[in-house]
Design a protein around this ligand. Structure first.
Ligand code: GLP
Length: 259
């Protein structure tokens, strides 16, 4: 794992946005995996800023989001389709028909999950995936005890996940209990993984992910098996790491070092 520790949540987001931009510059028809959540808002803000200032295009990019709630229409303000349209897609030149999320309103949810998994394969897989981190170590909606070999499927959300996402709904009872999420194996098949975590509330999950044993108890720890994972942290999210000095030594200020 490449571990980059930046000064602030904003510089972590900027760095993540820079990586995503670079994938598109290097491969204009890149297939990107995308995430939602509060942390990503800043990342998308910078991606939009870079797009407006830059000389590159998302016109040939395809995107697949990690997950979607079951039961919410794309017009529901808390749905991930709505979030992506509002916070990224409508501000860049991506073709909306090339942006994919699972259909959480499907009549046959297991079939929809299989269709989504197959669609990723038909697109020749993900060149890069942007990931956030749940306080309980989840990636996508792969809650603790998810199989490390899992594929896109229906998942029951943990109580703590529903509580963490309550702010987007009027009442806890409105937070969906289920979601369709890419599986851990699906994520591990992406050519590059970029995970961003900021804030002290993520510090323990960060330790479990990077320094803990690989375990379904912390789904993000499966990234230890991925050859090209970059973890971008702010100081607060990195604060509990045991080998902090080493990570700073290898990448001072979270920067790449040319040997
Ligand atoms: C949700 C999403 C995840 C995201 C996580 C963290 O559960 N399904 O993809 O990484 O939240 O969100 P936040 O950035 O708001 O802490």
């Amino acid at each position: 794992m490449k571990i980059l520790i930046t000064d602030s949540a904003n510089s972590a987001a900027q760095k993540a946005a820079f990586f995503m931009q670079q994938f598109v510059i290097d491969k204009p028809n890149a297939v990107l995996g995308l995430a939602t959540g509060g942390t990503m808002l800043k990342v998308y803000h910078h991606m939009i800023e870079f797009f407006k200032a830059g000389d590159f295009s998302y016109a040939n990019v395809q995107s697949f989001n990690l997950d979607e709630y079951v039961g919410l229409a794309g017009t529901h303000p808390a749905s991930y389709r709505y979030y992506m349209n509002e916070n990224l897609f409508q501000h860049i030149d991506i073709n909306i028909n090339n942006t994919h999320l699972p259909n959480g309103q499907s009549d046959d949810l297991p079939a929809e999950a299989n269709r989504y998994e197959n669609a990723i394969h038909q697109a020749n897989g993900l060149d890069a995936i942007l990931l956030g981190l749940g306080k309980n170590g989840h990636i996508g909606f792969n809650e603790p005890a998810s199989s490390l070999a899992s594929r896109t499927r229906l998942k029951t959300l943990a109580k703590s996940t529903r509580e963490a996402n309550m702010k987007y709904f009027k009442h806890i009872d409105d937070v969906p209990k289920y979601a369709i999420t890419m599986g851990i194996k699906t994520i591990l098949e992406a050519k590059n993984c970029i995970l961003i975590a900021t804030g002290e509330s993520k510090a323990q999950a960060v330790v479990d992910m990077i320094e803990g044993p690989m375990s379904a108890n912390c789904p993000a720890s499966a990234l230890q098996m991925h050859e090209y994972t970059t973890v971008i942290l702010d100081k607060a999210a990195a604060s509990k790491l045991k080998n902090l000095d080493y990570y700073h030594y290898v990448h001072p200020n979270g920067d790449e070092v040319n040997l």
